[in-house]
Design a binder for this molecule. Structure first.
Ligand SMILES: Nc1nc2c(c(=O)[nH]1)N[C@H]1C(S)=C(S)[C@@H](COP(=O)(O)O)O[C@H]1N2
Ligand SMILES: [Mo]
Length: 370
């Protein structure tokens, strides 16, 4: 461990992190800079079952590391019987699985919060569905032979930077049970192509059903540890805190959300929609990492109608929905609301917390019909 890492850990465990509070002020230059680096999915791309690679959202905390595949290795170590060092070819030669998985950033919806936590200022479109190919993690863990004393698996990426004055690698852990879940994979392809640099080339963790922070990109190290991991992205961030001193519950699975493709055409600056009067089909997608989507409602000026659901395309991928509407001239507010099989529905009011995670409040689309 480097000296900065040691002092970082001390600061983290003493709770002495700089606190920057939420604001209702104008967007800051720092938020603008982040939103230019980390783009969301253009919302009309909800039309695709699988998001074309360049349209998938991106969240990159530091710099995209430049990785030379010939020199890259994945190490699997810590409390295991047989530590492994694997080349990309060795990983690619193992039996693979391919699965559509919807990823969503935990911060999606943040800029719609009042007051607004200052970070990546997502609106509602930090989401995308990739067709991911990789090797199941459980088999590799079995091969390494987890020690019975191991309680968590720590996943570390090749990227490095600072946050809140701490110098860090991007690293997250899963409990042994979560890591051994049959659908967790080490992914090396997205949409039938090697991962793009921005999505974690050459290898990333993919934890289906969980918010994106769990799916560590540019993976270099997997380590079995005997104590719960205390890294910044595990305990200093990604918790539903009501205040900076509230420990809060950890962010895990994706809360239900439905989004619609805004109908008609947009105004360049405001995105306000214009639509011709008459019959109109509204369509969108709905997903939840907690349980399968069971119901989507379309709201027209506050009156809710049942949307039709297409067949699901897999447990972890968004589901298409559609609903017909006889658009009458005038100004209207359209919304959509998903409910999953666990009975959770999207809230109509904001889901506020200190860092602005898990805000799955319903989308509202103003339209002018003429
Ligand atoms: N190494 C590393 N992994 C990472 C991140 C990162 O910054 N570094 N960002 C995480 C977050 S917060 C999200 S939402 C997803 C985004 O994945 P994507 O950019 O492929 O959509 O990656 C996760 N994995
Ligand atoms: Mo994220």
């Amino acid at each position: 461990m480097s000296e900065t890492e040691v002092s970082s850990r001390a600061a983290l465990s003493s709770g002495k992190l700089p606190v920057s509070g939420p604001t209702d002020g104008p967007l800051t230059p720092e938020e603008l800079q982040l939103s230019a680096r980390n783009h969301s999915m253009p919302i009309e791309a909800l039309r695709y079952d699988i998001t074309p690679s360049g349209l998938h959202y991106l969240l990159i905390h530091f710099d995209i590391p430049m990785i030379e595949p010939a020199h890259w290795r994945l190490s699997i170590g810590g409390q295991v019987a047989r530590p492994l060092e694997l080349t990309l070819d060795a990983i690619r030669s193992r039996p693979s699985v391919t699965m559509p998985v919807t990823l969503e950033c935990a911060g999606n919806g943040r800029s719609r919060l009042h007051p607004r936590p200052v970070s990546q200022p997502w609106v509602t479109e930090a989401v995308g569905t990739g067709l991911w190919t990789g090797v199941p993690l459980a088999g590799l863990l079995d091969e390494a032979g987890l020690d019975p004393t191991a309680v968590e698996i720590v996943f570390t990426g090749a990227d490095h930077g600072m946050e809140k004055g701490l110098e860090l690698d991007y690293a997250r852990s899963l409990t042994i049970g979560d890591a051994r879940h049959g659908d967790v994979m080490l992914a090396y392809e997205m949409n039938g192509q090697p991962l793009l640099p921005q999505h974690g080339y050459p290898l990333r963790l993919l934890v289906p059903g969980w918010y994106g922070m769990a799916s560590v990109k540019w993976l270099t190290r997997i380590e079995a540890v005997g104590e719960p991991f205390q890294g910044y992205y595990q305990i200093g961030n990604y918790h539903y805190r009501s205040s900076p001193d509230d420990p809060g519950a950890p962010v895990r699975r994706i809360r239900p959300r439905a989004l619609m493709v805004p109908p008609g055409f947009p105004d360049f600056l405001t995105r306000q929609r214009t639509l011709a009067a008459g019959p109109c089909r509204i369509e969108g997608r709905a997903w939840s990492g907690e349980a399968p989507i069971e119901r989507v409602m379309l709201g027209i000026d506050g009156a809710w109608a049942e949307a039709r659901l297409d067949p699901p395309q897999g447990r972890y991928a968004w589901r298409r929905w559609s609903c017909d509407w006889e658009a009458e001239p005038g100004e209207h507010l359209l919304s959509c609301r998903a409910t999953d099989a666990s009975g959770q529905s999207q809230p109509l009011e904001q889901n506020w917390n200190w860092i602005g995670v898990g805000n799955n409040m319903v989308q509202v689309v103003p339209v002018s019909v003429r």
